[in-house]
Design a protein around this ligand. Structure first.
Ligand SMILES: [Zn+2]
Length: 319
């Protein structure tokens, strides 16, 4: 049996996504297993190995069909050694992920962080459409980022490149961020940040439909804000304008430095489509250099939850 498939693995706080992927980036099969966080996540590598073996059996394939593994994980990672310094959501601390998984599977393992493999996936078969200079931003519970230059994901000197979520948007008096600082882009442009801005404005906008939602549910979601904006609610529109301002400013400044061909937006907030994209592009145009803006196109990520496993396979393919 010839070797033919790469294994993409995307480790998250709740589930681990796995896929066998062809050298063209097509998913042969994909599946998920729960993330076993017991005993600081020490069983995860053996469970990944076992799951891969079971999937081979299920498909009637020998393990020889697999070429290598590319894996994305959250947290602070040494990409060269595949050593995880700290992954809060998983429980790993000083965990030799690459070595352990290589021992379990007998396959070469390449490791990168989860936002970076999602960016690589979008570059390979998603919204990147062959572009080699990309800025990828995931607007989810937090804000993640990946910077791809000449087809290569950028790591910087110690793996921190692409931490776009911690671009300082509000230098003085901003909300507290998970990183320990204040006023990061993540505090205004994530799903959580957007909802917080809406809640904070309710006091002055009791006429907003969001007020009734908040009184009923004691919470507002980003989805509530986009639905209200769609229906013409003034407060909701104002909140989205504020988010677009901060995001547009941050992306324009980054684009002026990086001159990307595409800016790919993923994550739950990006599903708002033109409601977010139109004001965002207007703000981007306002702050970006003309030639930077002319050369750059906004795209919504197309791979959804598959971006990580496809990017993992791309990483494996590079070896
Ligand atoms: Zn931060």
């Amino acid at each position: 049996m010839n070797k033919k498939w790469y294994v993409g693995v995307d480790v998250g706080g709740t589930t681990i996504k796995l896929a066998f992927v062809t050298s063209q980036g097509e998913i042969v099969t994909k599946w998920e297993i729960p993330t076993n966080k017991m005993e600081d996540g020490k069983h995860i590598t053996s469970e990944i190995g076992k799951s891969i073996e079971e999937k081979c059996e299920e498909l009637g394939e020998k393990k020889d069909s697999l070429i290598s593994i590319g894996l994305g994980a959250p947290g602070f990672i040494n990409m060269e050694t595949g050593f995880i310094y700290h992954a809060v959501n998983i429980g790993w601390r000083d965990f030799p992920l690459k070595d352990k998984l290589e021992k379990e599977t007998g396959l070469t393992v390449t490791v990168d962080n989860d936002a970076n493999i999602a960016a690589l996936g979008e570059m390979w078969t998603g919204a990147g459409e062959g572009a080699k200079n990309l800025l990828c931003v995931t607007l989810g519970t937090g804000v993640g980022g990946g910077i791809i230059t000449n087809g290569q994901i950028q790591h910087g000197v110690n793996g921190m490149a692409g931490e776009i979520g911690h671009y300082t948007s509000i230098p003085i008096g901003g909300a507290a961020c998970n990183c320990g600082k204040t006023g990061c882009l993540e505090t205004v442009a994530s799903a959580t940040g957007l909802a917080r801005l809406a809640v904070e404005s309710l006091e002055y906008h009791s006429e907003s439909v969001l007020k009734a939602i908040f009184d009923k549910n004691a919470i507002i979601t980003s989805k509530d804000v986009f639905e209200a904006a769609e229906a013409g609610d003034k407060l909701a529109v104002k909140v989205i304008e504020e988010v677009s301002f901060h995001l547009g400013l941050a992306l324009a400044n980054l684009a002026n430095a990086l001159n990307p061909e595409k800016i790919v937006l993923g994550g739950g907030v990006s599903k708002a489509g033109p409601l977010l994209l139109d004001p965002l592009e207007a703000q981007f145009k306002r702050f970006a250099l003309d030639r930077v803006e002319e050369g750059c196109e906004f795209k919504i990520a197309t791979l959804g939850n598959d971006a990580g496993v496809i990017g993992g396979a791309w990483l494996a393919k590079q070896g």
